[in-house]
Design a protein around this ligand. Structure first.
Ligand code: NAD
Ligand code: TYD
Length: 339
C-alpha cells in the first residue's frame, strides 16, 4: 500500500512507520513537528527509498488536495495532542488538532470520494480506550461500551471518533477506528509516566506519583499497537471499531516499583503528589474482536518489554536529554523556522 501517515514523527507513529516500511509499504509522513514530534524518531528510515517526510499541519486545508492527488491507498491518522495533563491546562490545541484537524482530513477524503467514487482510499483513525471513561465497575471496555470521556483529551478523541463514524455513514467513506490502551516503548516523550519516571530515576530525581498510585492502566508495547493498526488497515471491515490492548492491567505504583528495581533505586525516590483533576481510576480493554476478526494479538510480555524499554532509555541518553533540555526545539527552529 501507499500510505500517508500523519503524526509519524511521534512515539507510536514512528513505530508504525518503521513497521510499514519493513513490510514493503510506501510511506509519506505528514507531521507538524510540534513539541513532541521529533525527526530523530525516524532516523532508522530516513534514507529508505519508499519513505518521504512532509512538514505540515493536518488542519491545513490547502495541503490535502495536493497530497491526495498522488497515488495513495490509505491515510492513517496518528497526529494528535496526546497528553492528558496538558489538556487540563489548555484544551484549545486538543480541539484544534484532534477534532478540527480530523474533520479537515475527512472533508478532503470526502471530496476525493465524490470526484472518484471507485477509488479505493481508506481512512484509519488511531483512537484510544480513554474515550470509554473509567471502568470503575472493573468490566473491560468492548466496542459496544458507551463513550463517556472524562478529560478534555479523551473528549477530543471521542469527538473525532464520532466524526469518523458520521462521515462513513453519511458520505460512504471507507473508515476504520482502532482504540488502544496505554502504550510504552522506545521514543516515548518523557512527559508520560514510564519515560518520565525512568529518566528521572536515571538523573537521581524523585518520581511524582499522583494520588495514591492505585490507578489501573492496561499497558501495551507500541510495536504491538502498530501491528494492530496495520492489521485493521489490511483486514478491518469498513465502518468498524477495533479495541487493541496488551492484557497487562497494572497499578501505577506497581510500575513505579518495577522502574525503581530496573534503575537500582529505592522507595525513597517516590513522591506522592496531588492527584490529577478528574483522574480516571481504571482502564481495562477487551480486544477479543480484533483477535477474532483481524487475527491480531499482542506479543510482547510486559515485564520483558518494560525491562527492554528501560535499557533503551539507558542506551539513548542523548535522545531524552536533548528533549528534557529543550535543545531539540532550537534545532527545529533553525531547520524549519519557529512555529
Ligand atoms: P505523540 O504526542 O508522541 O505524537 C504526536 C505526533 O503528532 C507528533 O509527531 C506531533 O508532531 C504530531 N502532530 C501533533 N499535532 C499535529 C498537527 N496539527 N498536524 C500534524 N502533526 C501533528 O503521540 P503518541 O503517543 O505517539 O500518540 C499517537 C496517537 O495514538 C494519538 O492519536 C493518540 O491519541 C493515540 N494513542 C496514544 C496512546 C498512548 O498511550 N500514547 C494510546 C492510545 C492511542
Ligand atoms: P500517562 O502516561 O499520562 O497516560 P494517561 O493519562 O493517558 O493514562 O499516565 C499514566 C498514569 O500515570 C495515569 O494514571 C497518571 C499517572 N501519572 C502519575 O502518577 N505521575 C505522572 O507524573 C504522570 C505523567 C502520570
Amino acid at each position: 500500500m501507499r500510505l500517508i501517515v500523519t503524526g509519524g514523527a511521534g512515539f507510536i507513529g514512528s513505530s508504525f512507520v518503521r513497521l510499514a516500511l519493513s513490510e514493503g509499504h510506501a510511506v509519506t509522513v505528514l507531521d507538524a513537528l510540534t513539541y513532541c514530534g521529533n525527526l530523530a524518531n525516524l532516523d532508522a528510515v530516513k534514507d529508505h527509498a519508499a519513505y518521504r517526510f512532509v512538514k505540515g499541519e493536518i488542519g491545513d486545508k490547502a495541503l490535502w488536495p495536493k497530497l491526495l492527488a498522488e497515488p495513495c491507498d490509505a491515510v492513517v491518522n496518528f497526529a494528535a495532542e496526546s497528553h492528558v495533563d496538558r489538556s487540563i491546562l489548555d484544551a484549545s490545541p486538543f480541539v484544534l488538532t484532534n477534532v478540527v484537524g480530523t474533520q479537515v482530513i475527512l472533508d478532503a477524503l470526502r471530496a476525493v470520494h465524490a470526484a472518484q467514487p471507485q477509488r479505493a482510499l481508506r481512512f484509519l483513525q488511531v483512537s484510544t480506550d480513554e474515550v470509554y471513561g473509567s471502568a470503575d465497575d472493573r468490566k473491560p471496555f468492548t466496542e459496544q461500551t458507551p463513550l463517556k470521556p472524562n478529560s478534555p483529551y479523551a473528549a477530543s478523541k471521542a469527538a473525532a471518533d464520532l466524526l469518523v463514524r458520521a462521515y462513513h455513514h453519511t458520505f460512504g467513506l471507507d473508515t476504520v477506528i482502532t482504540r488502544c490502551s496505554n502504550n510504552y516503548g522506545p521514543y516515548q516523550f518523557p512527559e508520560k509516566l514510564i519515560p518520565l519516571f525512568t529518566t528521572n530515576l536515571f538523573e537521581g530525581k524523585p518520581v511524582p506519583v499522583y494520588g495514591d498510585g492505585m490507578q489501573i492502566r492496561d499497558w501495551i508495547h507500541c510495536d504491538d499497537h502498530s501491528r494492530g493498526v496495520l492489521a485493521a488497515l489490511e483486514r478491518g471491515k469498513s465502518g468498524e471499531v477495533y479495541n487493541l490492548g496488551g492484557g497487562n492491567a497494572c497499578e501505577n505504583l506497581r510500575i513505579t516499583r518495577l522502574l525503581l528495581q530496573y534503575t537500582g533505586r529505592d522507595d525513597t525516590f517516590i513522591r506522592y503528589v496531588q492527584d490529577r483533576p478528574g483522574h480516571d481510576r481504571v482502564y481495562l480493554i477487551d480486544h477479543t474482536k480484533a483477535t477474532r476478526e483481524l487475527g491480531w494479538s499482542p506479543r510482547v510480555a510486559f515485564d520483558t518489554g518494560l525491562a527492554e524499554t528501560v535499557a533503551w532509555y539507558r542506551a539513548h541518553e542523548s535522545w531524552w536529554r536533548e528533549i528534557k533540555s529543550g535543545a531539540y526545539l532550537t534545532y527545529y527552529a533553525r531547520q524549519y523556522g519557529a512555529r
